[in-house]
Design a protein around this ligand. Structure first.
Ligand code: UDP
Length: 187
C-alpha cells in the first residue's frame, strides 16, 4: 500500500515466525504501521526506504485493513505493536529470554521497573530506560553490551524506526518500534 510492503500473515503465524527468528538469533526489524505512518512514509522518502528495509511491516489499524480491501489485496488481520510486544513478553518469560526496553517518560519506566518482574517472572530484563536521552550512542552501546534477545523501542514514530535502523546491527535479535505501548503497559 503506497509502496509500504505489509506482511500477509495471521497474528499466530507472525508470532511463531518471530519466536523462531529470536531462537536463531536472527537480526529482525519489525514496524507496526498505522495509517498515519503510511501517510508519513508517502511524504518522506527516507522513512519509506526505512520501512522497505524492515524485515516485517504489520498492519496496525483497521484503516490499513480497509485500505487493503479497497485496493483488492486484503490482509488477514490487524497486528498491533502492543499485542505483539505483550505476547513476546509472555513467551519470553516462559523461555527465559532477555529483553531491553527503551522509551517513554522516566516515571513510566520507574513504574514498569516495579511491575514487570512480577508480570513476567521468567523474563530477564536487561535494560529499562526512558526515551528522553541526550546521548544516543551511550544508549546504543548499553544495548550492545547487554545483547538482549528483544529490544522494544517506544520513542514514537519516526524516531523509533530511525533509532532501530541505525543501531540494529549491534544485536542479532528482535528490534521493534512500539509507539505508546510502554504507556499502555503501565496502564
Ligand atoms: N517518546 C520518547 N522520546 C521522545 C518522544 C516520545 O520516549 O523523544 C515516547 C513518549 O513518551 C510515548 C511514545 O514515545 O511513550 C510515543 O507514543 P505515541 O502514542 O505518540 O506513539 P506514536 O503513535 O506517535 O508512534
Amino acid at each position: 500500500m503506497l509502496n509500504v510492503p505489509f506482511i500477509k500473515a495471521s497474528r499466530a503465524q507472525f508470532l511463531s515466525t518471530l519466536q523462531a527468528r529470536i531462537d536463531h538469533q536472527q537480526n529482525t526489524f519489525v514496524v507496526t504501521a498505522n495509517p498515519e505512518i503510511v501517510m508519513y512514509a508517502h511524504q518522506h522518502a527516507d522513512y519509506l526506504r526505512l520501512l522497505q528495509h524492515a524485515d516485517f511491516v504489520t498492519p496496525d489499524g483497521v484503516g490499513i485493513l480497509d485500505g487493503a480491501k479497497i485496493l483488492g489485496d486484503p490482509l488477514p488481520e490487524r497486528i498491533t505493536g502492543f499485542d505483539t510486544m505483550t505476547a513476546l513478553l509472555t513467551w519470553g518469560s516462559d523461555h527465559h529470554k532477555a529483553a531491553y526496553f527503551v522509551g517513554a517518560k522516566p516515571e513510566v519506566i520507574d513504574f514498569l521497573r516495579d511491575i514487570l518482574p512480577s508480570h513476567y517472572p521468567g523474563l530477564n530484563i536487561v535494560g529499562l530506560r526512558d526515551g528522553y536521552f541526550t546521548d544516543e550512542q551511550a544508549v546504543a552501546d548499553d544495548i550492545a553490551a547487554k545483547q538482549p534477545d528483544m529490544v522494544f523501542a517506544a520513542l514514537g514514530f519516526p524516531k523509533q524506526e530511525h533509532f532501530i535502523a541505525i543501531h540494529r546491527q549491534a544485536v542479532n535479535g528482535l528490534w521493534m518500534g512500539v509507539g505508546g505501548s510502554f504507556d499502555a503497559l503501565a496502564g
